[in-house]
Write a protein that binds this ligand. Structure first.
Ligand code: 2AM
Ligand code: CA
Length: 272
């Protein structure tokens, strides 16, 4: 598509994210309204809904031909990635938002014909904006992030949630247990967006998780790909921007080694 004004989209997206972030911080002073979605660990608050609605109305009035896919209900009928699509998680890490008042993020990936153009992850409480424009690098606030370089398994720190090392429906736990024993350390932040941003920033070397939705990973994969990192599902397949999947992102080199030596041996996945 020609004529898309990416500089203007970028300027406004940053302005809106900063405004919404301030609202989220201010909401700590008020009583949250919390509702259960699919199960007692899957929660939504009035602020998740407010934030998605805020972006929805701003995008609609400014860019009426853009489409929006958001966790809290926007565009769940979108069936293709034609044109410009904003994939938005208004609060990634809602449990952290409720329980910890930190370690949550606003995550926005903007795609044109399925290609990631702008990725924005705002870690609200740390006031850290991770920001990629395709072909122009990735910034953490004003600092440009370095390209991702290979690292060995033994020297790596991986982000992984303990659930996937215990018995689970998705993968035989022994595969990740042997990986967890081999690496230098593991971390779990409880927000996929922050975990992906941490790979981009080189704070961790890889992130492995089972069942994410597109809004959890859309922005993060734009950051990581721009820095030369690998973004696939757990079995090395291309990620689907319109469906749930496992996610495995990593520095180059490390990705291939983990896949070969820990994931793709004898017994394949059960389901992801
Ligand atoms: P959320 O807070 O936006 O729901 C927590 O381990 C991470 O997984 C968070 O990024 C969380 O995003 C995401 N997550 C939690 N439950 C999920 C589900 N049922 N489907 C997809 N992602 C989920
Ligand atoms: Ca969310």
């Amino acid at each position: 598509m020609t004529g898309t004004n990416w500089a203007e989209i970028d300027r406004l997206a940053k302005e809106w994210i900063s405004f919404a972030g301030k609202k989220l911080k201010d909401s700590f002073e008020e009583k949250l309204k919390i509702e259960i979605k699919t199960n007692p660990n899957d929660l939504v608050t009035n602020m998740d809904k407010w934030t998605e609605q805020f972006f929805y109305s701003k995008i609609r009035e400014t860019f009426p031909d853009h489409r929006i896919l958001g966790e809290e209900g926007s565009g769940h009928d979108i069936a293709d990635m034609k044109g410009v699509v904003w994939i938005i998680d208004p609060i990634d890490g809602t449990l952290n938002f409720i329980h910890q008042q930190r370690n949550f993020a606003i995550s926005i990936g903007i795609f044109e014909e399925g290609i990631g153009k702008i990725g924005l992850i705002y870690d609200v409480v740390h006031d850290e904006l991770y920001h990629a424009i395709k072909g122009k690098g990735v910034y953490l606030n004003e600092i440009e992030l370095a390209p991702l370089e290979p690292v060995t398994i033994e020297e790596s720190i991986i982000a992984i949630n303990a659930s996937w090392v215990a018995s689970n429906r998705h993968l035989e736990p022994h595969k990740l247990q042997s990986l967890v024993k081999r690496v230098r350390g593991t971390r779990s932040y409880g927000s996929a967006a922050i975990e992906l941003a941490s790979v981009a920033a080189g704070r961790v070397d890889a992130y492995i998780t089972m069942r994410l939705a597109p809004w959890d990973f859309a922005a993060g994969i734009i950051l990581i790909e721009e820095l030369g990192g690998k973004t696939t599902d757990l079995f090395g397949n291309k990620l689907d921007l319109l469906g749930k999947s496992s996610v495995f992102v990593s520095k180059p080199g490390l990705h291939e080694k983990i896949l070969q030596e820990h994931i793709l041996d004898s017994n394949q996945n059960i389901n992801t």
